[in-house]
Design a protein around this ligand. Structure first.
Ligand SMILES: [Zn+2]
Length: 97
């Protein structure tokens, strides 16, 4: 499984997220955006569901750790996947520094 999304996948994620950083809501251009793994690779796979648009600031702040749920992407928080996200968070605790 590849670590980085290819151009087509990046574009799909960017379109779905409407070019908005899913952590802070900042609008980012396609060229400037980071495609972020919600659950860090390689635990989290490079697949559509596990990828979100992130601005450089948020991507850097997050680093390789799974983020606290309150900072989870808006989409995860809104779609009732909190439990799944919380479970992933618990399972990936060791990734925190
Ligand atoms: Zn951001």
């Amino acid at each position: 499984m590849q670590r980085y999304a290819d151009h087509k996948l990046r574009w799909r994620v960017y379109s779905r997220d409407r070019g908005q950083c899913q952590y802070c809501g900042e609008q980012v251009t396609f060229d400037a955006c980071n495609i972020d793994h919600v659950v860090p690779w390689p635990t989290g796979l490079t697949v559509f569901k596990n990828l979100v648009v992130a601005c450089r600031t948020c991507n850097k702040a997050k680093g390789g750790a799974h983020i606290p749920l309150k900072l989870a992407p808006v989409r995860l928080r809104k779609t009732g996947e909190e439990r799944a996200a919380a479970q992933l968070f618990r399972a990936n605790r060791h990734l925190f520094t």
